[in-house]
Each structure stands twice: as C-alpha cells, then as structure tokens.
Write a protein that binds this ligand. Structure first.
Ligand code: IVH
Length: 674
C-alpha cells in the first residue's frame, strides 16, 4: 500500500519541472531572439511560484534552474566575449507598497533609500582604464558579455576619455542603452516603408541596434545611454548618490530624477509622481529602482545568486486590459499583406479608447488558439498600433461552447482572389495587385504622399472618391484627370480641382529618385530608391538591370533585387511607366551622380581621421564617383585606408597587422587627379 502511494508523484513536482522549462524558454526568447512571449508580470509571477516550489522540494535543487541565474543574451556572433570583473546581476521585482514595505523591513533601521527611474533598455558595463573607455560589455549571461565598444562609441553622451586628475586608475560605470521614442518611431516608419519587420518596442530596437556589425548604421539610429551605478576599488564617495554626482561631474549622463528618500511614504510619493510624469520623458521607463544609499550597508546586505539584497525594482503596472474579442476581420495593405484585426469590446487604455488591435498573423492566432468569444489581453506599449498579447483560458467547459475553430481565410476579403503564403513569410498576401481595391488605392496614396510625388489636394478621401467614380485606377490615371471631371464631383468644388491639378502639374518636376520611390516597388524605400537612382540614372537603364547587378548596390539584397526585376517583367507596369513618361514625369536623373571614372573601380576603401581639403562625406562621395566602395572597418579585403590626421589607433594597428596600405589625403587626390 505504502509503496503504491509513494509512486504517485506530487503534482507540484511536475509543476516545478514545467515552470523551469517554460521560464528557460521565455528567457531564451526574450534575450536571444528578442521576441518576448510572456509579460514581465507573468514572468515574475511564474518565477515566484517556481521559487516557492523549489523551497518545498529542496531535493530538487538544480544550479541550472532559472531561479539560479539571469537570462542570457549571449550567442550573437562577431563580438569579443569578455568576462565581467563583477557579475552583472538582475533586480528583484515588486509591484505594490506591501512588497516594498517587506523589503524595507529587512534593511537596517533609518536606512536612506535612493529612488531612480528604471530605464527600459539594455544594460551596459563601461570600463575606464586611466580615464580611457576600453571596453563596453553587454550583460550576456551575467558572467561574461559581448564587447560592443565600437557601437557604444557612437553614443554622443558617453565620454571616450575623461581628462581629470581625480579619476581613479580603473572604474566601471553601468547603465542602460536606449533608443529614444522619437528615434524608435522614425526607425519603425522607415522600416515600414521598406517593408522590413517592425521593432515591437524601443527596447527591442535598442537591442537589435547594439548587436549590429556596422557602427555607422548604429550612429545613424541615434542610441542614448543613462548611467546608474559606479563600481570598482578605491572609488570616491561613501554613498551611491555621491558616486553618481561624481560621475556627473566627470561628464557622464546621469539622470536628474534621482532622490534620496527616508521613508516608504516618500518612496511612494516618488513612484506616484513618476508614474505619470514618465510619459513626458524622451525614453522608455518601466519602473523605479530603490537602492540602499550607504555603500557600507550595501556591502553588508550583499547578494543572492541573482540579485543584490540592497536594491529592488518597483514595476509600473503594465498598460494592458482584458476584453472580449468580438470578431476577427482582415485588413489588406498596399502591398497585399492581409493582417488579421481583433474587433474588441471597447476598453480604456493609456488614456484612449481601444476597439481594434492587431493579431499579427495566422501563426500568432494559432499558437495562442485565439477565437472570437475569448477574453484577450490588449496592450499599448511603445507601438503605435495596439496589439493582442495573450488570452485568459476559459474557466468552464460552458465557456468553450460555441467557439468556432479558427481558420485563416483562403480568399481575399476585399476582392475574392485566392490568397498566397510565400514560404518563409508569416503573412498571407493577395496577389491581385491590379484589381484589389485597397491595393490600388494604397499604391495611389503612396505615390502622392509627401516624400514621394508630394501632390497636395489629393488625399485619402479624394482618392477613394475618384476611385469609386471610375476616374482613378492606377498612378498614371492621375495625369489624365481633367478639371471638369474633378470639379463635377460632389464635395470637390472648382477651387479644390484647381489646387489638385496644380499639385499634379508641379509633381512633374519631382526628381527621378523620388519618382522611383513613388512607384511603390516592394521593399524599395526612400533611401534605397536614392541609392538605386544614383547608380541607374534613368528608368531605361534600371529596366534592364539584372538581379546580380542590382545586388552590387549598397542596401539592395537578393529579395529587393528580385522585386525590382519582377516589377519590370509585368507588362501592366511597363504600360503605366510609359504613360507617366508621356505625361512628363521625370524618368531620368542628373548624370553627375553616376561614376565619372573607374579609377577606383573594385576597391574597398576605409576612411579614417580628419582631412584638410574635403569632409569625410565628400570623400565618401568621391570614392563612389570614381567607382570605389567606402567600407566601415578594416579587413583583409580592404584595398587601402584613406588616412587623415589623428587616424584611429585601432584602425592603424589592424592595418599594420593585415598589411593594408595607408594613403594620405594628398596621395588620394593625386590618384583621382582632382
Ligand atoms: S541597478 C546590481 N538601476 O534593470 C544591480 N538597474 O531588471 C544593478 N535598470 O539589469 C542594476 N534602470 O539593466 C539599476 N536605475 C537603474 C536601472 C537599472 C534600469 C535595469 C538594469 C538591470 C535591470 C534589472
């Protein structure tokens, strides 16, 4: 009898094992894949449950359990991995006054608590040796991280050198790397135009950016950093607050929002203030960090395996709501992508009423088994469009009744064409480019938009009206519009007709590179169009370019090249292009942009240092004008370095090691005989 019972395992043991697996996976998806699957609150809840279970079953202790180590973002190639001098730990989280009180109770009485904002980015550890920035390490697995110093050096607020006599021989400054909201939104807009996947929030965008192998692109994106912790030996100051003020004097970016508090009431007032005020900050924050101010007390309190005992995070409640999913509808975009949209029982979220949210794609819906009638979580994070992030499991069988099995439509909800799903893509597309109303209207809207042909007086509503009247079917029809046709429309008087026609006339002066962007070839965004137009200065030249030739252009990969080639294979597009040409639209550009010589053809050239005769950008243009390619870093493939004054020591060292020749500014100008 006894034996029989002992064979039945307590369900908690199984729960423990499952939680370990689930949290391990969630860590991997968050840190390595950059695709979080659990909300922070769910993650913490599950982690606490796991900790409780592990306390119940000490015999199941496992040093590899997620309770024993922090998540890891190691595994990205291309950066040197360096062991941290001091492990980079995480922080315990709290969500209420009670939890903060519990933590304070364990501290020495009368303790001073520093309140800071909790920045929602990536932690970074900066090493300063005799005042010089020598390493910038990501957290990695907490024990060792990637050295991303070249990328960190693109952040203007991070000093490369501190020229002060009182700087210690060595210190480490830790902080958070962030992509400010404004930069994040601009980056996503650009990616949308280029049909690249969007970043879900600034944290993901910062993480993706920091792992890029191209510091110039990193610089362009505009990261920022806030520092919040100085560590090392024989450092000045007896308190955390003093140390941060010293760091500020040394030129570091330290937040002004730091406050020394003496009671839980003061801490709660700080939290209440910043919960609202943080919405006006240029960067994302997700809570408050509370730290014991006195460094000797910090040392005494010490650490657990994963977190310091002298600090705790308070997380702001996530801005999400549970609501009823009434119906799933589908939206067809300009390029034919069919996006499932959740139609919700309206809910208040971050000050606005939300009734529609994206469900991303078929795989997302299926993986969460979402169906109309479910209670779903809707969130508005850094994203512009609210999104569904999960659902609550129905509590009784009766709630499951009437739930239809979900299936993604097989035909386009707008035009009835059979949808296609390209292998390797998550999206279903409507292939009926020329006959599907939202695609037709979307292409015209894109063509007239500000960065494309910039035709005033022809907005979304007017396009819709003229489309329904049968006057607009494609972008070439715009140039056939007659004043009397337009003026005859209800709501459009003579004045608007005149304005519109003046706008259409003016658009004939828009340069070739913008016309190319306006055509709306898939994935050819504004910047890519400029680069293509520089190499192919007329539509006739571009039309005959092969995919291989196109791939030689910076930013043009095989997918974009294929889209361009396909565009010109479609006879309907060729007809439209001919009509645009007849109408007087610019289908060629200035000759000046094309290479004027091939003196540098096939050469990969690095520019380093400062110059007397031209700016770096001018040298970059000169290299391209003469058929060469400007590259960012020195490698075996580098032909030579155009070396100015004060060339970077790392580049010089690398050039010596690899035997890459240095060419002075004067020698270079002679080479191209300027
Ligand atoms: S102190 C030893 N202060 O939050 C603890 N961390 O969830 C050192 N974070 O890994 C961290 N703002 O990346 C500290 N003001 C702040 C912070 C902050 C954001 C991040 C940090 C840490 C994570 C823990």
């Amino acid at each position: 009898m006894f034996d029989l019972f002992s064979e039945i395992e307590e369900p908690e043991r199984e729960e423990l094992r499952n939680l370990r697996k689930e949290l391990e996976e969630a860590n991997y998806k968050y840190y390595v894949l950059n695709q979080p699957t659990l909300s922070d609150q769910d993650f913490d809840f599950k982690m606490h449950r796991l900790q409780d279970l592990e306390a119940m079953f000490p015999d199941m202790f496992d040093p590899k359990s997620p309770t024993q180590h922090v998540g890891s973002d190691l595994g990205k190639k291309g950066f040197a991995q360096v062991k941290h001098k001091y492990p980079m730990l995480s922080l315990a989280n709290s969500y209420s006054r009670e939890e903060i009180e519990d933590w304070v109770r364990k501290l020495p009485s009368g303790v001073e608590i520093v309140c800071e904002l909790k920045y929602d980015g990536l932690s970074i550890s900066l090493w300063y040796d005799h005042g010089v920035l020598v390493r910038a390490l990501t957290r990695g697995d907490g024990q060792q991280g990637d050295d991303v110093i070249a990328n960190i050096k693109t952040i203007p607020s991070i000093p490369w050198k501190i020229e002060r006599a009182d700087v210690p021989a060595f210190f480490e400054l830790r902080g958070e790397v962030l992509l400010p909201w404004e930069r994040f939104e601009a980056l996503n807009k650009e990616r949308e135009e280029q049909e690249e996947p969007l970043f879900a929030n600034p944290r993901n965008a910062a993480s993706g950016t920091l792992k890029l192998q191209d510091p110039r692109e990193v610089a362009r994106r505009g990261l920022d950093a806030y520092l919040y912790y100085m560590i090392g030996e024989q450092l000045p100051g007896k308190t955390h607050f003093e140390r941060l003020q010293t760091a500020k004097e040394w030129g570091f970016h330290i937040s002004d929002a730091i406050k020394v508090c003496h009671s839980v009431d003061e801490v709660m007032a700080y939290i209440a203030f910043w919960d609202t005020e943080r919405k006006n900050l240029p960067v994302a924050t997700d809570g408050i960090v509370l730290k014991v101010n006195n460094l000797a007390q910090q040392e005494e309190l010490g650490y657990t395996a994963k977190t310091p005992r002298w600090a705790i995070a308070y997380k702001f409640p996530a801005e999400k709501q549970l609501t009823l999913l009434k119906e799933i509808t589908y939206q067809v975009g300009r390029t034919g992508v069919v996006t499932p949209v959740a139609n919700l029982e309206p809910v208040q979220l971050s000050g606005t009423m939300v009734q529609r949210a994206t469900l991303h794609n078929e795989d997302f819906i299926k993986s969460l088994d979402i169906r109309p009638g479910d209670q779903v979580w809707v969130e508005k994070g850094g994203e512009i469009i609210p999104k569904i992030t999960g659902k609550e499991e129905p509590t009784s069988d009766s709630s499951l009744k009437g739930r239809e099995v979900y299936s993604f439509p097989t035909i386009c909800p707008e035009c009835g064409a059979k949808l296609v799903r390209v292998e390797g893509e998550a999206a279903w597309r409507c292939p009926n480019e020329a006959g599907c109303p939202p695609q037709i209207k979307g292409k015209i809207e894109h063509f007239v938009s500000r960065k494309a042909m910039d035709i005033e007086g022809l907005g979304e509503e007017t396009i819709d009206l003229l489309y329904r009247q049968g006057l607009l079917h494609n972008i070439a029809d715009i140039y056939d519009l007659k004043a009397e046709d337009v003026a005859a429309q209800e709501r459009l008087g003579e004045k608007s007709a005149q304005n519109m026609l003046a706008g259409i006339e003016a658009s004939k002066q828009v340069p070739w590179s913008r016309v190319l962007f306006a055509l709306g070839i898939r994935m050819v965004g504004e910047t890519t169009a400029k680069k293509i137009a520089r190499k192919y200065n007329s539509i006739d030249r571009l039309q005959w370019a092969t995919a291989e030739e196109l791939c030689a252009i910076e930013d043009v990969g095989p997918q974009i090249a294929e889209n361009i080639v396909k565009y010109f294979e479609d006879i309907r597009n060729l007809e439209i292009l001919e009509r645009l040409r007849q109408a007087g639209v610019q289908m060629e550009g200035e000759e000046e942009a094309a290479p004027t010589s091939d003196k540098l053809a096939g050469l990969a050239i690095v520019i380093s240092g400062t110059f007397a005769h031209h700016s770096r950008d001018e040298y970059k243009a000169l290299i391209e004008t003469h058929g060469g390619k400007n590259v960012g870093s020195v490698s075996k493939k580098t032909s030579f370095i155009l070396a100015g004054e004060n060339m970077g020591p790392e580049k010089r060292k690398k050039a010596e090691e690899l035997g890459v020749p240095l060419v002075s500014e004067e020698e270079f100008l002679l080479k191209i005989e300027e």
